[in-house]
Design a protein around this ligand. Structure first.
Ligand code: NDP
Length: 295
């Protein structure tokens, strides 16, 4: 048996098209475009690539993109001052501060300064709390993207056994909350979990968000399970190559013979993250203007 491939790239493209159509309707109703502000501190090359890509996709969806770059030496007061200014700016619906921040800046304090209703990354404790109690807020983009892929493939998730490997605030924990809301029986595994292969073997749904290349093996997977691989890991380069291959947290070659469906890396969860960010920004714009979402 070879698992069905879950094509996150195609799904994300469809989502961006929907967001684009709704963004046009919003602009006509509100008399302005929905706007996303992205703040980058320092010159980390990977962060620069992400920020550029977010800006490009925001504009391609018919929304306004505001990029703010601060030097790596920026003080906490500079950064918090900029966030306050964006909080007050009516043309800005969503604010995203690209992480990681330079060491001298306190991430939690920075996130706490973003107005919760503009926190399209869903990292503010108000939004984490809203998710935990089932109130409307903003949900972190990567786990929400994983949930969309799962529902697209499986429909009703109710009663399914789900194992989330990883308990970070940005992926594992919100993923577990979302699956619980869908009435799955959820287990959250982490580095102290005993007999991880045995725990994973019970699962109808496996979400791996660990950051360890190809850790989840074929003999951990129940026949026919749906496997969502969040991990993005670069292997060391082969002799003569510049860059190593990108792999997930799942041993794709082995697991695809056992699973019912699996996301590839790249082309699975990765493309969903920015598409969901655009969706969250559009939702923020509707809420900020008090305009009903067309669909
Ligand atoms: P973190 O490093 O914050 O969390 C990793 C989690 O994995 C921790 O909870 C840790 O447990 C757990 N873990 C580590 N080693 C093991 C092990 N041997 N067995 C079981 N659990 C283990 O990572 P993130 O959640 O931020 O990211 C996870 C992965 O997802 C990374 O590869 C990252 O690059 C990728 N990612 C991809 C995104 C996308 O857009 N596709 C977006 C965000 C992340 P403990 O808590 O006990 O330490």
């Amino acid at each position: 048996m070879s698992a069905e491939l879950i094509d996150g790239k195609a799904f994300a493209e469809g989502l961006r098209e929907k967001v684009g159509a709704l963004a046009a309707t919003f602009a006509a109703k509100a008399g302005r475009k929905a706007g996303l502000a992205v703040v980058l501190v320092g010159e980390d090359p990977a962060s620069q690539v992400y920020v550029r890509s977010k800006g490009k996709q925001t504009v391609a969806c018919g929304m306004a993109s505001f990029e703010h770059k601060l030097p790596a030496t920026a003080s906490e007061a500079d950064l918090l001052g900029l966030i306050e200014q964006l909080n007050a700016d009516r043309s800005v619906d969503g604010i995203l501060v690209q992480l990681p921040l330079p060491d001298h800046l306190d991430e939690q304090k920075v996130i706490a300064t973003i107005a919760p209703d503009k926190d399209v990354d869903g990292f503010h404790i108000i939004n984490a709390g809203r998710l935990a109690v089932g109130q409307e807020g903003f949900v972190p983009c990567t786990p929400l993207g994983c949930l969309m892929l799962l529902k697209d493939r499986l429909g009703d998730l109710s009663g399914l056994d789900a194992v989330v490997i990883g308990r970070s605030n940005i992926v594992g924990k919100p993923m577990a909350q979302l699956l619980l809301q869908e009435s799955c029986t959820v287990t959250v595994a982490h580095s102290r979990t005993k007999d991880l292969p045995g725990v994973v073997r019970r699962a109808d749904i496996v979400v791996a968000a660990v950051g360890r290349p190809e850790m989840v093996k074929a003999d951990w997977i129940k026949l026919g399970a749906t496997v969502i691989d969040v991990g993005i890991n670069r292997l060391p380069p082969e002799p003569g190559a510049d860059k190593g291959r990108l792999v997930g947290d799942v041993d794709f070659a082995g697991v695809r013979d056992v699973a019912g469906a699996i996301t590839p890396v790249p082309g699975g969860v990765g493309p969903m993250t920015i598409a969901v960010l655009l969706r969250n920004t559009l939702v923020a714009a509707h809420r900020n203007e008090g305009v009903a979402l067309a669909a």
